[in-house]
Design a protein around this ligand. Structure first.
Ligand code: UDP
Ligand code: MG
Length: 315
């Protein structure tokens, strides 16, 4: 069995020595043939220097360095494209995805699963964040066709055919949680205890989390557009009813001047709603624009191995 382990790294110099030790400790008994593909996602600290040293010392540790920070999604994709294993695992550099779980995960693949995902509980997370993600997933699962699970992240083990399926999805705007669920195949779940990050910092801010949430909703369905249609239909029906009532009143009682409050509420309410819905349209339009440009998902600056001729450095 050949096993590839992909690790996206963005400014993780403090985590890498421990990561290397843990991976060696876990992988050596598991299989003789493994490779660790560390993807430097345009780090500004000494991550790349450490990756070079790791690759020099042990040829099973390989690295790819992207030309700038393309984001974790692109870093994972770069790793997936370069992984040669029959089984491919993805885990974070900060050891929040405990490598010792890989043993159990491989055992499940042997039972016939194509994807094994690790699911963390939320011990130690801020309560607000836990509640927010619960609500988010409840809403998402109502909107989106694919089933997303709270606590399930990118930590997973895939068979070659699952990886190939994933690579066949060429979209630029990658929401991998959704993509992993979209490809389907028999999926097993392994639970693990939440681990706090010990070194370095999380790259998530509140703003990036909110943006990620919006990405999730928009990149997997066009329900928001449908919602706009329903809302429009509802408002039109209400407006007709109200207009009839006004006309009937005017015919019966003649016209009177009052109505300032109604008009103001109407202008403000409908103005706001229209702007919001134009925003939703704009989001989809922006996505179409990004897709039509067909830019590569990432650019490589340097690798530990010469890239095979059929895999160009771009993409
Ligand atoms: N990461 C990356 N590119 C980025 C941001 C993060 O490759 O632009 C990597 C990071 O090095 C880590 C993983 O993605 O290995 C998860 O990042 P982080 O720990 O910040 O996320 P969290 O665990 O807080 O969700
Ligand atoms: Mg982390």
């Amino acid at each position: 069995m050949r096993l590839s382990v992909i690790v996206p790294c963005y400014n993780e110099e403090t985590c890498l020595p421990r990561l290397r030790a843990e991976l060696l400790h876990v992988l050596s008994p598991l299989t003789e043939e493994f490779e660790v593909i560390l993807v430097d996602d345009g780090s500004t600290d000494d991550t790349l220097g450490q990756l070079r040293a790791m690759a020099r010392a042990d040829s099973r540790f390989r690295y790819l360095s992207l030309s700038r920070n393309f984001g974790k999604e692109s870093a994972m994709l770069a790793g997936l494209k370069h992984a040669a294993g029959d089984l491919v695992a993805i885990l974070d550099a900060d050891l929040q995805h405990p490598p010792e779980l890989l043993g159990d995960m491989v055992a499940l693949i042997d039972k016939g699963y194509d994807q094994v995902v690790a699911r963390r509980n939320r011990t130690g997370d801020a309560r607000v964040r836990t509640a927010a993600s619960r609500a988010y997933y409840r809403m998402m699962n109502r909107l989106v066709d694919v089933e997303l699970t709270d606590g399930v992240g990118d930590f997973r083990l895939l068979t070659r055919r699952a990886v190939d399926a994933l690579l066949s999805l060429e979209e630029r705007n990658r929401f991998s949680k959704g993509l992993f669920a979209w490809i389907g195949f028999d999926t097993a779940v392994v639970d693990y205890e939440n681990v706090a990050r010990t070194d370095g910092d999380s790259k998530w801010s509140l703003r990036s989390l909110v943006n990620y949430g919006i990405d999730g909703i928009l990149s997997f369905n066009h329900q928001p557009l449908r919602l706009a249609m329903y809302l429009g239909a509802l408002c039109t029906a209400a407006a007709f009813g109200y207009a009839l009532w006004l006309v009937a009143g005017a015919l019966l009682n003649g016209t009177t001047a009052p109505g300032y409050v109604t008009i103001m509420c109407g202008i403000i309410g409908f103005g706001g709603m229209q702007l919001l819905l134009v925003g939703v349209l704009g989001e989809y339009l922006g996505r179409i624009y990004q897709e039509t440009k067909q830019r590569p998902h990432f650019l490589l600056k340097e690798t530990s191995h010469s890239v095979a001729p059929e895999t160009p450095c771009v993409d």
